[in-house]
Write a protein of this length. Sequence first.
Length: 150
Amino acid sequence: MNLTAREEIAAPADRVFAAMTDYPRLARLAEGRGVRLTRLDSLPAPDVGMCWTALAPIRGQLREVRSEVTAFSPGRGYAVASTIGGIEGLTEVEMTELGEARTRLRIVVDLRPVTLSGRLLIQPLRLGKGALQERFRIRVAGLARSIEAG
């Protein structure tokens, strides 16, 4: 199952990239949604190998999510591989400079069940994919507006 969102941001690409790789800021945003993050690596800056676990409320239960940065291209984007209860996910974040002060942010989340319990978790998401896609798009738009605001 794929979720995709694309937003144009009135900010230079380097500022968008800095905001999208600011782990403390992103951790605060996640904690505001009830997610508890624990960083597992000791890298001084975002790069391949950065990893963390999260306890997140998913479908009414706290579930453990383990994530690791698998690709990192400064100024252009990165990819994060995650596993959660029989589901493997890949999130790709890409920034494209449209001009001096405009950047297109594109986020793609691909979820694939690898076990029967994973299929049971993902099936209701597939049935409500339209609403889920819209909520995802709205959250990415909110993130884009917060980056524009500085």
